[in-house]
Design a binder for this molecule. Structure first.
Ligand SMILES: [Cu+2]
Length: 117
């Protein structure tokens, strides 16, 4: 019985640091939208890294879909912050445009995601 307890504790101890390391390796990014720009206009993400992206609008309602980084459904961006979690699988530079018509500058409202190693 004592051996079983020791093995169990050793197993738990072996996994705890891994979970802490995984949590520490995630990053948080905030992207602000307004008429008719995203800020920052270029966002760099790491391939395979969990990233929590918070979208918030300071003016107007906008949207974004970026399947290349795992954002497969359109996120509606309003004054109420919305956080989504992505984990980009492949490297590259991906340009995306506002997905919700927001006015005269809508066609030029874009953001670039750079996924790096
Ligand atoms: Cu728009």
């Amino acid at each position: 019985m004592k051996t079983l307890v020791t093995v169990c504790l050793a197993t738990i101890a072996a996994f705890v640091p891994v979970q802490q390391a995984a949590a520490a390796s995630s990053q948080n990014v905030t992207i602000r939208a307004k008429n008719f720009a995203f800020s920052p206009a270029v966002v760099t993400l790491k391939q395979g890294q969990t990233t929590h992206i918070t979208f918030v609008s300071t003016q107007g309602v906008h949207g974004l879909t970026v399947p290349e980084i795992g954002l497969n459904q359109t996120v509606t961006i309003t004054t109420r912050p919305t956080t989504v979690t992505v984990r980009p699988a492949r490297r590259g530079t991906f340009v995306s445009h506002c997905a919700i018509f927001c006015g005269v500058g809508h066609a030029h409202m874009q953001i670039t995601f750079k996924v790096v190693k």
